[in-house]
Design a protein around this ligand. Structure first.
Ligand SMILES: [Fe+2]
Ligand SMILES: [Fe+2]
Length: 207
């Protein structure tokens, strides 16, 4: 029993650390998105491609991997620790839905021949604000409660999930995001990403 709880604690720490790392990276991407918007306003045509790439990334990893991983952890909590926590979870889930739709709409607007900055500027800035506020809310209201309540998680499922968390930009360095590497300074972080993946793989094999 003691060993089971100790393993849970290791996995819980790993997964929360990973979610926090995702947030840190997302903040960089969102900052770069605002910079790209300014550059497009100044007439840069290369910034249009960069903006599309950034939104392409935002429409992929956060929605296909980060949010589902959070959902897995929420579900692992089972019975919720308090009624307030249930309300907070409902808010987070509705924000996930909203952000997914907003990203998809923006990607469509930016994917046209020439970006109309006047038309999308305010929407994009409000979208970045919504993303930042969402992460801030999770870090303040949800992650701490998960850290103190996640005792009955499915170790194997969580460990497998950890081993699958490959960010196409920051971990996998996929060719299609090549243009974003320099502007985000991703190369310097590659060793850290590989080390985290190796730890996750170790945990998955051990259970
Ligand atoms: Fe989230
Ligand atoms: Fe999150």
């Amino acid at each position: 029993m003691v060993e089971f709880e100790a393993r849970n604690r290791v996995l819980m720490t790993e997964i929360i650390d990973r979610l926090k790392l995702d947030h840190k990276r997302l903040r960089r991407v969102l900052g770069a998105t605002l910079e790209a918007l300014d550059d497009v306003s100044d007439g840069s045509t290369t910034a249009e491609d960069r903006l599309y790439c950034l939104l392409d990334y935002l429409g992929e990893y956060p929605h296909l991997v980060h949010h589902p991983t959070e959902e897995l952890v929420f579900t692992a909590l089972g019975e919720q620790p308090s009624p307030e926590f249930g309300v907070d979870l409902a808010r987070v889930r509705s924000q996930h839905d909203f952000l997914e739709r907003a990203t998809s709409d923006l990607l469509q607007s930016v994917g046209t021949d020439s970006i109309d900055v006047d038309a999308i500027g305010d929407t994009l800035r409000a979208y970045v604000e919504a993303q930042l506020e969402h992460m801030k809310f999770e870090e303040a209201n949800v992650f701490p409660l998960i850290e103190s309540n996640l005792v009955a998680l499915d170790q194997h499922e969580i460990a497998c999930r950890l081993s699958e968390l490959h960010d196409p930009l920051f971990d996998a360095h996929e060719q299609r995001f090549q243009a974003l590497y320099e502007c985000l300074g991703v190369a310097a972080e590659s060793m850290q990403g590989r080390a985290a993946a190796a730890t996750a793989q170790y945990l998955a094999n051990r259970l």
